[in-house]
Design a protein around this ligand. Structure first.
Ligand code: FPP
Length: 222
């Protein structure tokens, strides 16, 4: 969800105004995904590198998440959206972590769409943790190292219960993955859009689905 800051700066507004508009774009993206029959929507709300931002911006983002969680929990329930989390969200402190966990619990039975929020998420750390767990199991004699392959690693990733990633969209004209779902994106279709995230809406989403539909997915075959 890139480009909130630039969207705000271009309007002479503070960065937090961009994040607020970005959060509204999340609502639109979620609605569009539900309407289009998308099974899982994963949003990158805070990367493990985002702690490098000013204390003020981190605190604005945390407050915004708390506000939206409070306000939108009913919407998630009404729209039958299941909330899941990836990343080390405990780092946001017991209050926000507790609220997030409560929302996950309250929506656990919903089946229309799964919204995954990546919070304090970093893909390399996720893969390193998976490797460490497998190594520990091997040392403890619970696993044969020669049996550790792609499936074993996949089974330790935080996305293990989710279907394969089909389409990855990045906004704001940046053409890189920035430590997001690196393993999972191995065969995903990548779509880089020039628009800033706050301008994302159901029309952009529909166009993205059209672009995805015309791609030829061969998964290495011919
Ligand atoms: C990237 O734009 C955006 C973020 C780092 C934060 C995204 C978070 C939200 C929209 C908060 C709401 C989240 C939920 C789950 C409701 P940027 O600041 O890097 O933009 P720039 O590259 O233009 O500076």
């Amino acid at each position: 969800m890139d480009g909130n800051g630039r969207w705000a700066e271009r309007r002479g507004l503070p960065r937090v105004a961009g994040h607020r508009a970005g959060a509204e774009a999340v609502r639109r993206a979620l609605q569009a995904a539900a309407d289009q029959g998308v099974e899982v929507l994963t949003i990158y709300a805070f990367s493990s590198e985002n702690w490098r931002r000013s204390d003020e911006e981190v605190s604005d983002l945390t407050a915004l998440m708390r506000f939206y969680l409070e306000r939108e929990l009913k919407t998630l329930e009404k729209e039958r959206v299941r909330l899941q989390l990836i990343g080390d969200y405990q780092a946001f402190g017991p209050d926000l972590a507790g609220r997030l966990e409560k929302a996950v619990e309250r929506t656990a039975g919903n089946t229309r769409l799964t919204l995954v929020i990546a919070l304090n998420y970093g893909s390399r750390a996720e893969i390193a943790t998976a490797a460490r767990k497998l190594a520990e199991a091997a040392v403890a004699g619970q696993r044969d190292p020669s049996d550790i392959g792609e499936e074993a690693i996949e089974g330790e990733l935080q996305t293990r219960d989710l279907p394969p990633l089909d389409l990855l969209i990045r906004t704001s004209g940046e053409v890189r993955l920035s430590n997001f779902l690196l393993w999972q994106a191995a065969y995903a279709e990548l779509l880089f859009l020039d628009i800033m995230w706050p301008d994302f809406d159901e029309h952009v989403f529909a166009e993205a689905i059209v672009q995805y539909a015309v791609r030829q997915r061969r998964f290495g075959g011919r």
